[in-house]
Write a protein that binds this ligand. Structure first.
Ligand code: 4AD
Ligand code: MG
Length: 500
């Protein structure tokens, strides 16, 4: 019976046929082990000499990594096989034998892997992340569809800036300048006046001259927009939404989270209510004695972790040198060393950055937008995501509603994910008063005529309304514990690298 690895539990004791690729293999004279991957999981296939035709056995033991084949055998439960089942092989058909696959289990640099993204996508880490991304996107659509939102697809060619002119990508539209969409929000506001609750979900473009791990030039953003909502209502919507996404991933992708080494215990705590801080409170925390102590404590911890990892690496290297290890032990050590060295490199970056980030926090001045390191500090101090609300008006986009109780700030929020990850959502109540919005457009130096239709919404049946945008890659990076968001989209686009 043709089946897939994720369905093997249904065929124990029966004959099953799998179609896939060699993930890795080893053999002794009489028995060969092929770990097969088929897109749904990994399965160990055991080939005993004498149980398959001799020429098939000879061909199988010569197959290199990523050779493709169809393989059949009897399914049995085997806790030591990657997915819990193994195949006692009776027959195999080789589709494309392969040698010298460029991505081996040894360590490869990021640049090499990005250049080989077409092949790297088959490796375990990108595969696990891709599966989780799929769940996140499905959970996003379900959440809005199940909660009375109407999907509205907003355009990618836009005539004016939605999120600041510095990050616009200009394109030649039949001789006239147009821009790639930075946000669907302004169009969504129109649609919210028609449907009440709407969302858009699509690729978003920002000419970010920033090479940080949190910035792509093309990313996916989902944006809900709601008529008759206030800031408290938006925060509640956002915390239910994010908690729902995390719950779905915990339910559907536990194995992938485990394989990635994600912090499952912290994810399990993600439930409403999230923490709520105003920007002014966040600024006070950053410049307080508490932050000085916190940063010093972090530095100590990082240094201790570094020493422990260095010792582990030293021990493994000594065992390797001493010799006498079995092949499987050597394979295990190779994998372990790759992980440990990656962890070490990460810790070294953290140790190097710590003093600079501590200083930036200490020197934080009210009025500035929170920087990446400031967000990291605030989010590390909390075990659940944190809303930071009421930012200074001058630091934020023109459409955000001025707080009528304190005109220096706007009714907005950023959601900082836990574990030091930083912002995954930005949102606000929108300025719904015609004259106030016109003034803000003027202050930014934008042309009111470019925003005529947007201003019209404030003329005809204007209502309090608001919404937010969640970045898919940042959310996936946070949930999976992946450091750089470039790993959270199949073919990333960054300022200095567009992979393939
Ligand atoms: O905070 P941002 O810029 O907000 C907006 O675009 C609003 N118009 C959304 C709204 O209110 N409807 O972006 C929202 C989110 C960020 O929190 C982040 O997760 C993601 O989009 N994001 C990026 N992700 C990857 N690379 C970039 N360059 C990103 N810029 C924003
Ligand atoms: Mg933002």
């Amino acid at each position: 019976m043709k089946t897939t690895i994720n369905k093997l539990s249904e065929c124990v004791g029966q004959e099953a046929e799998l179609s896939g690729w060699v993930y890795h293999s080893r053999h002794s004279g009489k028995v060969a082990f092929i770990v097969l991957r088929d897109g749904t999981g990994l399965c160990q296939c055991v080939i005993e000499k004498g149980k398959v035709a001799d020429d098939v056995f000879e061909q199988l033991i010569r197959l290199g990594q990523e050779s493709s084949l169809v393989i059949a055998g009897v399914v049995r439960a085997e806790p030591r096989s990657p997915g819990g089942y193994e195949l006692a092989v009776t027959a195999a058909q080789i589709i494309c034998p392969t040698q010298d696959y460029p991505i081996t289990p040894k360590e490869h640099g990021t640049e090499f892997l990005m250049k080989n993204r077409h092949l790297h996508l088959r490796s375990q880490r990108p595969w696990c992340i891709g599966r989780i991304r799929h769940t996140v996107i499905d959970a996003i659509r379900r959440f809005f569809n199940d909660n009375g939102f109407t999907l509205v697809d907003t355009p990618i060619f836009t005539a004016a800036a939605g999120e600041g002119e510095q990050t616009l990508f200009e394109v030649d539209y039949f001789g006239k300048p147009m821009f790639l969409s930075q946000t669907g929000q302004l169009y969504l506001e129109c649609a919210a006046m028609s449907f009440g609750k709407v969302y858009c979900f699509g690729p978003t473009f920002r000419a970010e001259k920033s090479k940080t791990r949190r910035h792509l030039t093309e990313f996916w953003m989902v944006e809900p927009e709601v008529a008759y909502i206030d800031l408290a209502g938006l925060l509640e919507l956002a915390e239910n939404f994010v908690s729902g996404i995390v719950r779905r991933v915990l339910k559907d992708n536990r194995a992938e989270l485990e394989a990635l080494g994600a912090d499952i215990a912290t994810l399990e705590k993600i439930a409403p209510p999230f923490y709520r801080l105003t920007y002014t409170e966040a600024a006070q925390i950053l410049t307080s004695e508490r932050t000085v102590k916190f940063m010093a404590g972090q530095l100590e911890t990082f240094k201790m972790q570094k020493t422990a990892i260095e010792k582990q690496i030293g021990d493994i290297e000594a065992a390797e040198k001493a010799g006498g290890l079995k092949q499987w032990q050597k394979d295990k050590n190779t994998k372990l060393l790759i992980d440990l060295r990656a962890e070490l490199a990460e810790l070294e970056i953290k140790i190097e950055n710590n003093p600079r980030h501590a200083q930036l926090a200490a020197e934080f001045k009210w009025g500035k937008d929170l920087g990446g390191s400031d967000e990291t500090i605030i989010s590390l101090m909390h075990d659940k995501p944190v809303f930071v609300t009421h930012y200074p008006r001058a630091a934020k986009a023109f459409y955000m509603k001025t707080d009528r109780g304190n005109r220096k700030v706007v009714e907005n929020f950023d959601l900082l994910a836990s574990q030091g990850f930083g912002e995954i959502i930005g949102g606000s109540v929108r300025e719904d008063d015609y004259q106030s919005l016109l003034d803000r457009i003027g202050e930014e130096g934008y042309k009111p005529e470019d925003y005529a239709w947007y201003l019209d919404l404030r003329k005809y049946g204007s209502v309090p309304h608001g919404g937010f945008g969640l970045g898919v890659e940042r959310t996936v990076a946070w949930i999976t514990g992946e450091r750089h968001i470039r790993q959270c989209i199949a073919f990333p686009r960054m300022m200095d690298n567009v992979c393939i």
